[in-house]
Design a protein around this ligand. Structure first.
Ligand SMILES: Nc1ncnc2c1ncn2[C@@H]1O[C@H](COP(=O)(O)OP(=O)(O)OP(=O)(O)O)[C@@H](O)[C@H]1O
Length: 209
């Protein structure tokens, strides 16, 4: 098929934001942002504290309504929040089983145990006894279990030890093969070895952006 010179051919994308804006009160956190994520991509989302990285991930996940503009997803989207949320009184195993039930999916305890072992967690301990790095590991196991095509990761490396980061790197490579990944982080050195490109958000100026 031929396209007129003035138009580029449509690109396949998993997730797209067009002229996306978000305002809290008088403060514009995101203003007229265009963004798209193609299959096989790992995109780094950078910017100082308060720049709007978490807000953008929440907009892309459909958890926050834009003030203007739109987000369209062609694939299942999953968000790893920072910090991740769990039912504190339930164990790792029970939290993962519950996540499957919420999606009306069959609970395979064998698969859950395998995943927990892979991320180095005991199945029966209640999450309230977990360290923050253990919660990050459980959140990664939950993403692997739910298998979204678009992985939105909010500071996934924070609180992980060296071995946890290695595991995270492997998981990101797997996720890239099955879809696309957006990672918000402050660690430019760590992300340089993982991401294909960077999106940098600027400072929020009160009432000016
Ligand atoms: N629910 C909310 N109500 C009001 N303001 C909010 C809300 N959520 C975020 N903000 C504001 O939006 C701005 C961007 O916050 P956000 O958490 O997206 O930044 P960030 O880039 O992820 O920051 P950090 O690097 O510190 O995690 C901040 O000024 C924050 O105070």
């Amino acid at each position: 098929m031929l396209y007129p010179m003035t138009h580029s051919p449509p690109q396949p994308y998993l997730l797209r934001a067009e002229a996306l804006s978000k305002r809290y009160g008088r403060d514009w956190v995101i203003r007229e942002l265009d963004f798209s994520l193609a299959g096989g991509e790992v995109v780094a989302l950078l910017g100082p504290n308060g720049a709007g990285k978490t807000t953008l991930l929440r907009l892309l996940a459909g958890l926050v309504r834009p003030t203007a503009g739109k987000v369209s997803a062609q694939a299942k989207v999953g968000l790893l929040a920072n910090p991740p949320a769990f039912y504190r009184h339930l164990s790792g195993e029970e939290n993962l089983a519950y996540a499957l039930r919420l999606e009306d999916r069959r609970v395979d305890l064998g698969a859950i145990h395998q995943l927990l072992e892979h991320v180095g967690l005991p199945p029966k301990k209640p999450v309230l006894s977990y360290s923050s790095g253990m919660k990050k590991r459980l959140a990664l196991a939950r993403m692997q279990l739910l298998r979204p095509e678009v992985w939105l990761l909010d500071e996934p490396e924070a609180a992980l030890d060296a071995q946890g980061r290695e595991l995270l790197g492997e998981i990101v490579h797997q996720a890239r093969r099955g879809g696309g990944v957006v990672i918000a982080t402050h660690d430019r050195t760590w992300i340089a070895g993982l991401a294909d490109r960077q999106v940098v958000l600027g400072h929020t100026l009160r009432g000016e952006r």
